[in-house]
Design a protein around this ligand. Sequence first.
Ligand SMILES: [Zn+2]
Length: 278
Amino acid sequence: MHSKITLPLLAIIWLFFSSLANAEPLRVFVSIPPVETFVERVGGKYVDTQSMVGTGENPHTYTPSHKQIRDLTKASIYISAGIPFEDAWMNRIRSANPGMKVIDTTDIHDKTEHDKTEHDIHTWTNPLQAKLIAHKIRDALISIDPSNKQIYLHNYKVFAAELDLLNQDIIAIFRGKSNRKFMVFHPVWGHFADHYGLTQIAIEHEEKDPGARTLVGLIKLAKDEGIRVIFIQPQLNRKFAEQIAEAIEGQVISIDPLSADYINNLYTVAQQLSEAMR
Ligand SMILES: [Zn+2]
């Protein structure tokens, strides 16, 4: 009688402790919050993810802290997104932890150039490119932790299906729009715009603020194109957007390219852009 109770109980206790033994998650570092979400979606409870650039910080001016460089020594994987600080810091990041696997996601984008003089690093704003980044993350996790391969394959599949649905829904949101132009301070939506057949007009050029003459030109362009909304992002200066909005009697709306709530945020972004394109 006793043994019938004790044996299954022992088995449960053993399973509990053996699961604890395997519970140490992989430490993954990424550069920006959306990619943190991609890692969490694919890795689930088997990853502990940290973003170098925090919510609300500007990736174009960010530099890593001493603490972050120290924490990097404990990381298994670093996922780079081609953010400016990475160009300057990648050697130091690598030498902080030579055993760390470094995954580069900057080569995933389609070959379209948005601006002939400038390479657009903001690849994750196109959900199908987000899917390619997630696929790279999946393969990296499998190569470091093959024992959980089936879980990573499954999690990726679920997330990829959500991104496909998001893509279809965004196509539907913009269907039938004849004026497909929008004005934005920092040209962060180039990959998004290309993919959905929209035209992004940037106020900032090569990360420089516009001069007085450029502003006058932008105001005229906005009037000619029937633009009524100037988009900004929460990390950056809204002064120039406000000047243009005032001149065209339009409004300034903030949309976030760096939200960690990737899917819900892109629905909101698509809705906001679409409503501005009357
Ligand atoms: Zn940017």
